[in-house]
Design a protein around this ligand. Structure first.
Ligand SMILES: Cc1cc2nc3c(=O)[nH]c(=O)nc-3n(C[C@H](O)[C@H](O)[C@H](O)COP(=O)(O)OP(=O)(O)OC[C@H]3O[C@@H](n4cnc5c(N)ncnc54)[C@H](O)[C@@H]3O)c2cc1C
Length: 592
């Protein structure tokens, strides 16, 4: 089976970087740990990535870059972040900083940023202030409007690459009264500022990603020319919220979490196969083995919902306000639990800053915890979902989605990994989904497709029966939640919209959405991906694992399915392949 085209770049980068376990490679675990111990910025590794032109994947193809498919970028980012999150953040922040320009900048601003990135310069994203994090409408950094430009004053704090970047996009108050139309985004080019009109804060020491350059920039009446304004005055909130839809899905959500989970599991598998205890290996202890297979299941279900979201950036762009928040809440929190549970299997070695795999596991524990904090925290994303769930339920109850024009083709393009993606059109991003979630609401279409599946053998029939039963249950649970939301009617008062009850409903929504994504992924790729994927036992386990979070009394998947899942995990580990539904080759020492 040949590797899907959109994974070939990631595969090539992976082989170029070489085996991270080999200390002779620059981008090795040992080197990353050494840098971390010294709080040192991974400049040499960033240079290695830039020499390979990873930066070009931060520039849309229309501006001379190579960014065409977000699915391809996800795979590339996973290759980087599986080795080290400090490097992934240090290098990837440039995409975050540039996104407001790609979304809303003038042609001139886009050319400027493209040229800077081609020059291997770093771009920062200046949103947060010391006194204002998630509550961005309280931001104090402001401009005074002049005839020929602006004077910018204020301080952006906890900014990635703050000191090292040559330019940054800055969220700024342009109307003293504030409000949703009271802010704008500026492209600030540091080398065009009067040198005495801005200063950098010292690097701030962090719990994880210790080598990252997290600092701040202070502006003191910095003169900005009129063409530094991105789009129109007052459009800042919309630009930032739309930019976050892209970055939460990709660089700050799915990529780092999937990648770090892969390495955490790989480190632990290496231990359990070689560690002899009570006359056999740790892998032979049923509880330990089950914990690791569950971790693999969680990676796969997170991957299914993530792939659907990154492909939706191209296909269902107007639904990303919801999908990006689902990814940014669900994937990092699931992976946090994965890391925590498998650390109990790795035992003492998880706590060491050296020895087993150079102590990379403890770095993952510290590093990964930032994912559910920055670029919109878990609470912020649950809130964003909570604000939409009643409208989503109402639309779902009132609409026969099968009658929506082009819906089958759309769902098929989201999920069929062989289908080419249309170009990403940023002007199709919306602030709200207006009740639409083509993934979850496509459940009835998936049910109909399941009923039409040809059955070729008794074994296949048993798996499909189970998938159908689970799909029926999934549909029932969706209807129960919809009914509750529609009948209850939510008074979206500021207090209730951030209540625990509404957040619990939002969490349930994410589980249901993920379950449908897994189902659709299987339906659309079972003829083209490998036999493990095709036979569907993994899907039975994934659906059971998700739905038992809502209905704990659900029967477990058959033990034989778990055994086969375990065997497949061992196979991927032994063959050194990514823990993925698209398990591409990872570098070994013999591939360098
Ligand atoms: C390593 C690192 C790198 C970073 N990089 C950048 C960067 O490059 N650019 C940048 O601009 N910022 C960056 N940040 C800042 C980061 O995005 C903010 O810290 C984050 O948005 C959270 O803000 P806060 O911690 O100040 O918490 P606050 O927003 O003040 O929130 C405090 C608490 O209130 C609760 N809360 C907040 N909002 C809600 C809500 N809507 N519903 C329910 N509860 C809520 C939560 O419990 C939250 O923890 C970085 C931070 C770190 C640590």
């Amino acid at each position: 089976m040949s590797l899907l085209t959109q994974y070939q770049t990631a595969q090539a980068l992976e082989l170029h970087l070489g085996d991270p376990l080999n200390p002779e490679n620059l981008f090795s675990f040992q080197h990353c740990i050494e840098l971390d111990e010294q709080d040192a910025y991974p400049e040499d590794i960033c240079q290695l990535l830039s020499d390979w032109n990873v930066d070009l994947y931060y520039i849309p193809a229309a501006y001379g870059g190579k960014l065409k498919s977000f699915e391809e970028v996800l795979a590339i980012s996973r290759v980087i972040a599986r080795r080290d999150l400090t490097v992934a953040i240090a290098h990837g922040v440039t995409y975050l900083g540039a996104t407001p320009v790609w979304l809303a900048g003038s042609d001139e601003q886009k050319q400027t940023i493209a040229q800077r990135i081609k020059n291997k310069e770093k771009i920062s994203f200046g949103l947060t202030e010391k006194n204002h994090g998630s509550d961005i409408l309280s931001s104090e950094t402001a401009v005074e409007v002049l005839e020929n430009g602006y004077l910018l004053s204020g301080e952006k704090w906890l900014i990635g690459n703050a000191t090292l970047s040559t330019a940054l996009t800055v969220f700024t108050r342009t109307n003293p009264k504030g409000g949703p139309r009271g802010f704008s985004v500026f492209l600030v080019e540091k080398d065009k500022l009067y040198p005495n009109s801005f200063s950098h804060l010292n690097k701030i020491k962090t719990h994880g990603v210790r080598g990252a350059n997290i600092g701040g920039v202070n502006f003191q009446n910095s003169f900005l020319p009129a063409n530094a304004l991105i789009s129109t005055p007052g459009s800042g909130l919309e630009i930032i919220l739309k930019a976050l839809q892209v970055t939460r899905t990709l660089h700050a959500g799915a990529a780092p979490s999937l990648a770090q989970a892969d390495t955490a599991l790989r480190v632990t598998l290496d231990f359990v196969f070689s560690r002899h205890i009570y006359g056999s290996t740790v892998w032979d202890i049923p509880h330990a083995r089950k914990t690791l297979i569950e971790a693999f299941v969680d990676i796969l279900l997170c991957e299914c919902v993530s792939l659907a979201a990154v492909r939706s950036l191209h296909v269902a762009t107007d639904q990303m306000s919801l999908f990006s928040s689902i990814i940014k809440y669900f994937v990092p929190t699931t992976v946090e639990q994965v890391i925590q549970r498998i650390s109990a299997v790795l035992g003492a070695r998880y706590y060491l800053r050296e020895e087993h795999w150079y102590g990379i596991f403890q770095k993952i524990v510290r590093d990964h915890s930032i994912i559910s904090v920055f670029d919109g925290s878990t609470a912020v994303n649950l809130h964003a979902i909570a604000l939409q769930i009643q409208q989503l339920a109402t639309y779902h109850v009132q609409t026969n989605i099968a009658e929506n024009p082009g819906i089958r083709e759309k769902i098929s393009t989201i999920f069929n990994l062989e289908k080419p993606l249309p170009d990403f059109e940023p002007n199709r991003l919306e602030m709200y989904n207006r009740g639409r979630d083509d993934i979850l609401q496509g459940i009835e279409l998936a049910e109909a497709d399941l009923a039409d599946l040809p059955i070729n053998s008794e074994a296949e029939s048993q798996v499909i029966d189970r998938i159908m039963n689970l799909t029926n249950l999934l549909n029932q649970l969706i209807h129960i939640q919809n009914k509750f939301l529609v009948e209850q009617g939510i008074a979206y008062t500021p207090k209730y919209s951030k209540s625990s009850q509404l957040f619990d409903l939002a969490k349930t929504y994410c589980i249901l959405h993920t379950a449908v994504a897994c189902l659709q992924m299987w339906l659309h790729n079972r003829k083209t991906l490998d036999s493990f994927f095709a036979n569907g036992e993994w899907l039975v386990i994934c659906l059971t694992r998700l739905l038992e979070k809502i209905q704990p009394s659900l029967d477990s998947a058959p033990e034989s399915y778990w055994e086969n899942m375990g065997n497949h995990l061992v196979k991927l580990y032994t063959e050194n392949k990514m823990f993925s539904i698209i398990p591409f080759d990872l570098a070994t020492s013999s591939t360098i």
